[in-house]
Design a protein around this ligand. Structure first.
Ligand code: SF4
Length: 429
């Protein structure tokens, strides 16, 4: 007989302080230490992913002028980033509704995109809005997140059921969003994305525990899953999400500089209530069980298959040793960090801003004395090819899964049944 429990029983145990909530990482660690974990041993598993998520946008509404003073706003930029006013005209209200894309680049600030803006808002920084009305009047205003009537982050394509590794099979270097430096030719480097075993969809492949309306964490703030995202299909699902920016945490967000421009960073965590044995059996017990496809960078043909166990193996955190810094006359790596995590004093890197570090490995490649991280190599066509970049931050994802666990145990996260099933019928590859 299939073992079962319902959500009310889990909630009662949370209230009583007897519920067992663990992250997928904790489950993996317990199993690898020889523990036998069964359905009875766990009530909720928390999953998460942190990575580059191009399809995010900020949806805002705020007042820029008193009512009746002008008809509507037609052009708006925030910190030099083009925003899209509307669709509501808000005629004669002095209020503007607008959308800012996470990938949009600022015209006034170098290396600054929508992802940078969203992080600064969450950090409580003032932003500058420049708006033009239909009458041609220009209005400038400074504002913080708290001043806004509405500020939410929407994601059109998030937490994809893991991603791919990339290799450049061409004979020339390629600038690409899949590499921080120009991608070296002739199959000499590999980069990859995906948090592997920790990914939400990877742990509930039949969408039994979450669906439309399920509460999730977006960058640490409670939001919800709206439904399947764009370019979804059953084998590679992703989610559309919405969450208030107020309550988000900056360490889960920001911008990542690739050799082909900036990409926004976003983090999602989802609980998986273990409602039956089948759900428990689907939870990933090892990264070796999660496939990672190697694609040719130009053309995206499949050229190989490995597993996330080949790339993730308790090698999550980059370690910096300032004493090992050789204090070179001209440090070559001062500006190479894709997230601006270096703290620079007197022309040398003195420390790492851990709220920005993505544990990507770029610094490790270029200065292996001071920066340490086991990036691994992959056997490909009988050669050992080094991994040079990780575009997902498993360490950050584990932190978010731990935050979700703590919130559930304290009763600060609403565990709810979904209002509808995830439907992929009309999804397109
Ligand atoms: S691992 Fe190095 S290069 Fe990558 S984000 Fe951290 S400090 Fe920057």
């Amino acid at each position: 007989m299939v073992k079962k429990r319902n959500l009310s029983e889990i909630k009662k145990k949370i209230q009583d302080g007897t519920a067992i909530v663990i992250t997928v990482q904790e489950l993996i660690d317990q199993i690898s230490e020889g523990e036998k974990v069964q359905f009875e041993d766990v009530d909720v598993i928390t999953t998460a992913t942190k990575g580059l998520m191009s399809g995010i946008m900020g949806v805002f509404s705020f007042r820029l002028s008193p009512p009746k003073t002008l008809r509507k706003f037609t052009e708006v930029s925030i910190n030099g980033i083009l925003a899209y006013p509307g669709p509501c005209p808000n005629e004669y209200l002095g209020i503007v509704d607008l959308i800012v894309y996470g990938t949009a680049q600022s015209k006034t600030q170098e290396n600054y995109c929508g992802g940078s803006l969203f992080r600064e808002l969450v950090e409580g920084k003032k932003i500058e809005i420049v708006a033009r009305s239909s009458e041609g009047e220009e209005i400038k205003k400074e504002m913080t997140l708290e001043d806004m009537q509405f500020a939410k982050l929407m994601g059109t394509r998030q937490a994809i059921k893991n991603y791919n590794a990339m290799i450049n099979c061409e004979t020339y270097k390629v600038d690409t969003i899949f590499s921080c430096q120009p991608f070296e030719p002739d199959k000499t480097q590999i980069t990859f994305s995906g948090c592997g075993a920790l990914n939400p969809f990877q742990n509930d492949p039949n969408f039994e525990s979450f669906g439309v309306g399920s509460p999730i964490l977006v960058n640490g703030s409670i939001g919800y899953l709206m439904g399947p995202g764009t370019r979804n299909y059953l084998e590679k699902p992703n989610m559309m999400t919405l969450a208030p920016m107020l309550g988000m945490r900056p360490e889960y967000m920001g911008a990542f500089k690739t050799s082909y421009g900036l990409e926004p960073i976003c983090s999602i965590a989802a609980p998986i209530p273990i409602l039956n044995e089948q759900i428990f059996n689907s939870v990933v017990k090892s990264d070796k069980d999660v496939q990672l496809t190697i694609l040719s960078l130009v053309g995206r043909e499949k050229v190989g298959e490995i597993t996330y166990g080949d790339v993730w193996d308790n090698n999550f955190l980059m370690k910096f040793n300032s004493n090992a810094c050789k204090k070179c006359d001209k440090c070559k790596i001062l500006d190479i960090c894709p997230t601006n995590a270096f703290i620079i004093e007197n022309g040398i890197i003195s420390a790492i801003d851990r709220t920005r570090c993505f544990n990507c490995g770029t610094c490790v490649q270029l200065c292996p004395d001071a920066f340490k991280l086991d990036l691994k190599t992959i056997e490909f066509e009988r050669k050992e090819i080094p991994i040079v970049l990780r575009q997902s931050d498993r360490h950050g994802a584990i932190k978010l899964a731990e935050q979700l666990k703590a919130m559930i145990l304290k009763g600060n996260f609403p565990l709810k049944n979904p209002t509808g099933e995830l439907d992929f019928a009309e999804s397109v590859k």
